[in-house]
Design a protein around this ligand. Structure first.
Ligand code: LRH
Ligand code: MN
Length: 430
């Protein structure tokens, strides 16, 4: 019988922490009451927050230089789901899992779906993969996929996406995410306009097969693996494409896919205003697409992004329904710990954004009182909302202290015994 992190373990760890949590929660409640904020209403709102975890994030990530495998890593999609379940048990906000195909391709979709459902989990977005060549693949993606100059390669890439769509329907997924690495490493290598035309033509073929109610997300990225030009390099090009495709197509924002210092919160506001925000691949970065833990490098930027999202939520922007997903690579931490703490940091930014005094902010903006406007945001960002986060987890049956609870469970050590390091099928190293 596979070892599981059970409710007793969580309850036992919570028992010693509840009194202090209640004390801190009551104190914060009094502080927020002075600001006209009902802490319990906010904690209820938090209980509805959801962010999906990437199946490829529960294995240890690596770089082109090295990957340092950790004992007890998942060896197949079922063990990945076991680890996703642990994250969900700890933080209670992550019932959704994004899958990557073919890394997670199941023998039996029905068996995989039942395995997840049996654990209170569901599949969120399906991610296709035409940035690697699979064993036995006819045509290579070395020089691109959906934008390749050879129509046969484009057809192969489109067919892979159609296969993903069919699998997504069987697994009960809700959306299909397309990221391609297509581009060039040298000036002149790629004809910019023709490559985009070929890409859009391929997307149309995928879009035409979208099931009813299914959403298609396209993900732009400045560079890597191409190091001079990337076909879908920025949000503007992405917006053009999703508008061309139709009402079921949206632009996905991966925070690490922008040049340093780009104003991502403004891109988010634009895509909200244009009704084309798909959602996010949350992570953080200092230099490139570092895929570090969300909120670990630029927590203020994460807050400013949620400030735009909460502003849209409160002003009931029509069609506003972003999909929140993590997309990280855990090279030096236990992936379960990183995903759990990253999910907590997203909820923190969301709660802080709900503490912005929007009337004061709007008045300051109307008066062009720049400092008062910034103060309205800073007051919210500098509020320690940890008691609300802890209480929301506790009331949802999760861990008041996810990290301490996970470490005291010995889960990873037990998995190291259960999962002897062997060839990992479909692990998907990023
Ligand atoms: C590309 C990306 C994309 C995934 C991959 C795992 O950098 O962000 O979302 O397919 O990482
Ligand atoms: Mn991504």
């Amino acid at each position: 019988m596979a070892f599981e992190l059970d409710g007793e373990r969580i309850a036992a760890e919570n028992h010693g922490r509840l009194a202090w949590l209640e004390e801190d929660y009551a104190h914060l409640g009094r502080q927020l009451m002075r600001r006209g904020v009902d802490i319990d209403k906010l904690t209820e709102r938090v209980a509805a927050f959801r962010v999906s975890v990437p199946s490829w994030g529960v294995g240890t990530g690596g770089t082109r230089f090295a990957r340092f495998a950790a004992p007890g890593e998942p060896r197949n999609v079922f063990e990945k789901i076991e680890d996703c379940e642990v994250v969900f048990k700890l933080v209670r906000t992550t019932p959704g899992i994004s899958l990557h195909i073919p890394w997670d391709k199941p023998e039996s979709p029905a068996e995989l779906r039942a395995f997840a459902q049996g654990r209170g989990l569901f599949f969120d977005s399906m991610n296709s993969n035409t940035f690697q060549d699979q064993p036995g693949q006819d045509l290579s993606y070395k020089f691109g996929s959906l934008s390749h100059t050879d129509p046969a390669v484009r057809r192969q890439a489109v067919e892979h996406n159609l296969e993903c769509l069919r699998l997504g329907v069987k697994l009960g997924a809700r959306s299909h995410t397309v990221w391609i690495g297509d581009g060039g490493n040298f000036p002149g290598q790629v004809h910019f306009r023709k490559a985009l035309d070929r890409y859009l033509e391929s997307l149309r073929a995928i879009y035409a097969a979208l099931p009813e109610g299914f959403r298609m997300f396209i993900e732009h990225k400045l560079y890597e693996p191409a190091f001079y030009s990337t076909v879908l390099n920025d949000w503007g090009t992405s917006y053009h494409c999703v508008r061309e495709l139709g009402p079921q197509a949206f632009s996905l924002v991966d925070l690490g896919h922008h040049a340093p210092n780009v104003n991502i919160e403004m891109i988010v506001a634009r895509l909200i205003q244009f009704g084309k925000l798909a959602g996010f691949h949350f992570n953080d970065s200092k230099y490139g697409d570092d895929d570090l833990d969300a909120g670990s490098i630029k927590p203020f930027q994460l807050f400013l992004i949620f400030n735009e999202l909460v502003d849209a939520e409160l002003s009931r922007v029509p069609g506003f329904d972003p999909a929140y997903m993590l997309d990280q690579s855990h090279n030096v931490t236990d992936p379960i710990e990183s995903l759990a703490t990253s999910a907590v940091e997203l909820v923190r930014a969301y709660v802080q954004a709900h503490l912005v005094d929007r009337a004061a902010l709007a008045a300051a903006q109307a008066e062009n009182d720049a400092l008062l406007a910034l103060q309205a945001l800073k007051q919210a960002f500098t509020t320690d909302v940890s008691p609300i986060l802890g209480m929301a987890r506790y009331r949802a049956g999760g861990a008041i202290d996810p990290l301490a609870t996970y470490r005291s469970s010995g889960y990873r050590e037990r998995k190291a015994e259960e999962r002897p390091a062997e060839a990992r099928r479909g692990a998907g190293i990023v």
